[in-house]
Design a protein around this ligand. Structure first.
Ligand code: 8YV
Length: 340
């Protein structure tokens, strides 16, 4: 057990899933409740206090018995898992991205799928911004070098880095996370260009002083390129050899979306040859494995898929999952965050 800052008790077992094992959450529910209410299984244990609103339900049942599955990004819900769940009616994903779920298998069975788009916006934008500052100002590298005793001596022309102020941020995927990042970047004196499937309404562009450009123009002109778009098979390797070659040698690539957006082998090459200045990555193509060459490079800042991983974010995501389950139970499907 651990305590949060505000004293709330919680079990922390995020990131503990191994071999797609299905974990159970503790429950005080009686058997009688279980007969009357929906049975909910979890692919990964989540903080108990986030689910008190579901206490009349049976939480943490074996997946074979579940009506509802709460899933997370790190445990794929494949067709074979769904086939083991004859009663399954809803997958309530804990996270905005749902590429962990086999939607075709859900569609075939009429299983509904929800996600948590709202609470992930600010923490993810925050981490993207932290990564931008971190890589450009060499924050983690300086810390590491000082601890290792490999730092350059203090001095006016030593330990130089690059400013964000006055630079151009190119956002690929100007949805709500992209816009939350734009808000932060604008406040720090950055110019913003973006690429989306469609340009945003003029009022939103004006708000962020953001200019719509083609993806190629964005790659050619931005000092920082941030990926903030959802992952689907069509955008696998959106950033590969060709795209990296278009980027400026002084540019940084930031990814808080999904690892599959980037051809990691091509990125390693671009970083080793200094074709681009650096990369800051919260997500990885072969997650949780990290391409070993990335670990050797100083012009890379790494983070363990923790864009939404704040206490505040996690508890708000739990609330969002509970809302979706309770709305489903009441048949208020139009109010749920339905993705299917
Ligand atoms: C979450 C995420 O940590 O929301 C998402 O899509 O990728 C993550 O940042 C994760 O989904 C929690 O399950």
């Amino acid at each position: 057990m651990a305590k949060t800052k505000n004293g709330v008790k919680s079990r922390i077992f995020l990131h503990t899933c191994e071999n797609n094992r299905i974990f159970a959450l503790n429950s005080d529910c009686t058997t009688q409740d279980a007969i009357r209410t929906m049975k909910i299984a979890f692919t990964t244990p989540l903080p108990d206090e986030g689910f008190t609103r579901l206490s009349q339900h049976t939480l943490g049942v074996p997946i074979e018995d579940a009506d509802v599955l709460v899933s997370t990004f790190d445990v794929p819900v494949r067709g074979e898992t769904i086939a083991r769940m004859p009663h399954l009616r809803l997958i309530a994903n804990f996270g905005v991205g749902f590429n962990n779920i086999d939607l075709d298998a859900c569609r075939a069975r009429g299983i509904r799928v929800t996600n948590t788009p709202d609470p992930v916006i600010e923490p993810t934008a925050e981490l993207a911004f932290a990564l931008m500052i971190g890589i450009a100002r060499r924050v983690a590298e300086f810390d590491r070098r000082l601890r290792e005793g490999t730092a350059e001596p203090f001095g006016v022309m030593n330990n130089l880095s690059h400013s964000l102020y006055g630079k151009t941020l190119g956002i690929i995927g100007m949805g709500r996370i992209g816009q939350a990042l734009a808000r932060r970047a604008k406040a720090c004196g950055m110019r913003i260009v973006y690429h989306n499937r469609q340009p945003l309404p003029a009022a939103i562009e004006t708000l962020y002083e953001a200019r719509y450009v083609s993806q190629d123009e964005l790659l050619q002109t931005a000092d920082f390129v941030s990926l903030n778009l959802p992952y689907t098979a069509e955008v696998r390797h959106l950033i590969g050899k060709r795209e990296l070659a278009m980027m400026r040698p002084t540019a940084y690539l930031i990814n808080t979306a999904r690892g599959g957006h980037i051809d990691e082998a091509a990125l390693v090459n671009a970083l080793q040859t200094r074709q681009i200045a650096g990369a800051a990555l919260d997500v990885f193509e072969h997650e949780p494995a990290i391409t070993p060459a990335l670990l050797q490079l100083d012009n890379v800042l790494l983070s363990p898929h923790t864009g939404t991983g704040t206490w505040e974010g996690r508890l708000a995501m739990c609330e969002n999952v509970c809302d979706n389950i309770l709305l489903f139970e009441r048949g208020e499907h139009d109010k749920m965050n339905l993705v299917l």
